[in-house]
Write a protein of this length. Sequence first.
Length: 367
Amino acid sequence: MHDKLYSVAVLPGDGIGPEVVEAALPVFDVIDVEFDFRFGSIGWECWRANGDPIPQETWNIVRETDVTLLGAITSKPERESKEELFPGIDPKLHTYISPVVQLRQKLNLTTNRRPIIDLRNDEYDFVVLRENTEGMYSGIDQFPVSDDLWKVVSGHPNALASGQEGTAVSVRMQTKEALRRLILSGFQLAESRKNVVTIADKPNVLRQSSKLIRSIVEEVSADYPSVQVEFSNVDAVAMWMVTRPSKFDVIIAENMFGDILSDVGGGVMGGLGLAFSGNVGDKYAYFEPVHGSAPHMQGTGRANPMAMFLTIAFMLNYLHEYESADRIYRAVRSVVRKGDILTYDLGGDASTLEVASAIISAVLKGE
C-alpha cells in the first residue's frame, strides 16, 4: 500500500448506472490504492426535480476531486424533457443540456478516448480519439433557421422549396485550436504504442473543411517522424474496424465521426457491455462505460458490469496506477475467456452481481 490518497467523485446517475457502480466499487477493496469516494447526484431525476441535471452541490464535489467516475445518463428529446419536469418547474425557464456535454465543456475535457481491445484472442488493440467540444455537437443546431443562417443556406434548392420555417441546419464547426490539441495528443499516444495514426474524415465530400485537419496533421507530423500517418474516409474506417481491426493503432476523428466510430468499436469488442471511455483535459478527466442508462434493464439484475470494471481500470491507468489497472484488465479478460459466468449479452445467464463477484475473485487470484 502506498501513501497516495485519490479523491474520486462517484456519480451513479440513471437507469443501470447505480447498479453497475454498486457492483464494481468493491474492486477497490482488493487493490493496493487508497481512494476517498464522494458521491453526487446527476441525471434525469435531477432535471425533473430542479430543471438542471447537474446540481450545484455535484459541481462542487467534482471540482474538489481528482477524477470523476460516472455510471450512466438518461437523455431525452426536448419535448419529453419539458413534459417530464415536476409541477412547479416552469419549462419556459429551463432548457435540458446533457450532463455529459456540460461536464466536457465546463471542465474543458477536450478529448474522448475509447480503447478497443480484444478480450478473447488479443488480435487487436487500438484507440479512437474523438474531439469533444465542437464539430456537429458545437451547439449550432437550429430549427427553424435564424434569419442570419437562412441567408447562408437559402440558395439550396431544397431550402428554397421548404422555406425558412421548414428548414433545419446544424453546423460542423472546427477550429485550429481544438483540432491541433486533438492531433497532438494522438501523435503522442501513437508514439508510445505502434506508431500509426489514422485520420478518419470525409475529405472526398467535405472538401473545404477537411483541408484544416489535413494541414494541422502535416504540421504536427513533422515533429513525429517515426509515426506513420494514414488519411482515410470515415466510412471506410468503419468497415475496416469490423473486417480488419488489427490494422489500427490510433484513430483520430472529429466529434460526430468519432462518436459513431467509437460505438462501432464497442460492437467489434462484443457489445456495449464491454465498451469503456475516458474524457480527458489538461487538468481533469471523467470516466464512464459507454452502454448508457438502459432503462429497460433497470432493476432486472442482468446488466453487464464488465464495462464499469474496465472503466475503473482505465481511470487507474490515467492516475498512473498501472499495476492495479492491469490486474483489473486481466481479471475481466480471464472471466470473458473462461466463458462460464457471463451476462445475457455475451451469451450467458449470470446476473450483474455474479459477474462482478467473478471478476473481483479473479483480481484476488491474480488471473
